[in-house]
Design a protein around this ligand. Structure first.
Ligand SMILES: [Fe+2]
Length: 294
């Protein structure tokens, strides 16, 4: 195990402890982002908040990305919007509730990133049957898969038409995978500090476990943002969407910065400081053992 990964473990442990202390939060109600797009914020098993994105296509068909916890109120709210046609498991890390939603909506096709289907199916027991890139384009959703150096889990970027934003001009939204780019907010800390940071860009823990080549990651994300000048809503697996003419430029600025982030300046909580010290101690012990000091 690498020293970097070893040092990341206490952050995750502290996140789980925090979750055990504060408990599971129920899903939020669906909030409308555009005429055909909704967002639900749910609590992941690790304790952090994660987004479920709902997109309505062809007037009555729903595509669900990164489903939230299987709660009756959320099921009912989704059913009121249309017919669930596709459930997208966006990443090997966002699989917790996929099986429950697939059982609730057996007519839906369950898809995931093509290169990761076996991993998601066998390790996470989610019944994915097709690649997202083979199913979603027919519904008007473009899919681009990150190359392996940019994202080990081969997360995808989804781009689709939106309606009802303002002047009726054609515009589109872009969903940047699950963890590919995040927009953690203060209400999601201290977990945001523990496994990432508060702000916009590349999360710290994901940088270690999910992004083999940070330069390749930046190139891939920037290519997607620059290829779609009609995108004025950028969405994330964590954190609120960024809406408006400056949305792409804001994300471009974060991704292309030296650290891949625009980070909020906020003092770390005691729990975070404790976890960081524990991580440092753990890493020193790992190094000492590696060099046979004891
Ligand atoms: Fe995530």
């Amino acid at each position: 195990m690498s020293v970097a990964l070893t040092m990341a473990i206490p952050f995750v442990i502290a996140g789980v402890v925090k979750h055990k202390i504060t408990g599971h939060k129920p899903n939020t109600e669906l909030s409308q982002v555009a005429g055909n797009v909704w967002l639900c914020k749910g609590c992941a098993p690790l304790g952090c908040l994660a987004n479920m994105t709902v997109v309505r296509v062809n007037e009555n068909q729903l595509v669900l990305f990164s489903v939230a916890a299987a709660e009756d109120a959320t099921f009912a709210a989704v059913e009121a919007l249309g017919e669930v046609a596709v459930i997208v498991v966006t990443s090997e890390h966002h699989t917790s509730y996929g099986a429950a939603w697939a059982a609730r909506f057996p007519e839906a096709v369950v898809v995931g990133p093509g290169p990761m289907l076996d991993v998601i199916r066998e390790r996470e027991h989610v019944p994915v049957t097709a690649a997202a890139e083979d199913v979603l384009p027919a519904l008007g959703i473009d899919v681009v898969t990150a190359p392996e150096p940019a994202c080990k889990g081969r997360e995808q970027v989804y781009t689709f038409a939106i309606d009802g934003l303002d002047d009726g001009a054609a515009s589109r939204a872009m969903l940047l995978g699950s963890d590919l780019v995040v927009n953690w907010q203060a209400d999601e800390t201290p977990f945001a500090d523990l496994c990432g940071f508060e702000g916009l860009g590349r999360a710290r823990l994901f940088s270690v476990i999910g992004i083999p080549d940070h330069a390749a990651w930046a190139r891939f994300v920037l290519d997607q943002l620059e290829a779609h000048d009609d995108v004025d809503v950028v969405m994330f697996g964590h954190g609120p969407p960024i809406v408006g003419d400056d949305a792409r430029a804001t994300v471009v600025a974060a991704v292309s910065s030296p650290t891949g982030q625009i980070r909020a300046n906020r003092a770390s909580t005691f729990l975070v400081q404790f976890a960081m010290l524990a991580g440092l101690a753990w890493g020193c012990i790992a190094l000492a053992r590696r060099f046979g000091l004891f």
